[in-house]
Design a protein around this ligand. Sequence first.
Ligand code: ADP
Ligand code: MG
Length: 246
Amino acid sequence: MNEVLLEARNLKKSFGERTVLDGITIQIHKGEVAVVVGPSGCGKSTLLRCLNGLEKIDGGEIRLNGARIDEKGNLAEVRRKVGMVFQSYDLFPHMDVMANLTLGPTKALKRPRAEMEAEAVKALERVGLGDRIHATPNQLSGGQKQRVALVRAMLMHPEVLLLDEITAALDPEMVREVLEVVLDLARGGMTMLIVTHEMRFAEAVADRVIFLENGGIVEESAPETFFHQPETGRAAQFLQSFDYKR
Ligand code: ADP
Ligand code: MG
């Protein structure tokens, strides 16, 4: 197995009285795709937000390439190296696709604009959006917007990509076109931690499945095991609620 890229050790996070993450320990290895599943409200989004430094944590630690992430020192670097895409696309509505894509790399990475634009065009072509370069977000479908959001994250050349239910707001016919892009990234060796309710996709893309409930990891297993012979009754019950069959 490759080296550990991103890890949480005994991670704790509360909102007021409510403990949302109660001592989570996970390791994401370079080139690995880990999928997190679990019931709504179990802390999946909070976990991802903690992992890229968007939330202050209450206990434990998070390490990127072995170096501890802390509130003061290296947060900007962490957010650059740990890319994230959310359910809502978060594209700037007044900017066209090209401007949305080149803003981060030119500002944060100081990449030359011409070079960035050439890279952006190639990346858009790869996800089937070569003809949408000058569209504004309101001229795009949800599936197209989410593909642009994925391209935007990738143009920052993150070391690991966190995806938080990126197809949850899409009409069913658009889910596939977005998941195809993610599968393609996985095939290209991108390290990812993916939260999804698309169980068939999860099984196809995951090297490892992490089942989260009530702030803790209930089961962590290979996809063949998790989806067909789960080790815990809770995971079996959860899968039944999706009526998941191969
Ligand atoms: P999931 O993504 O698994 O649905 P979340 O991580 O979004 O779950 O939320 C876990 C719990 O933490 C929920 O009970 C939610 O209401 C609570 N929560 C999330 N963010 C906040 C916040 N900023 N302030 C207070 N409570 C929050
Ligand atoms: Mg969530």
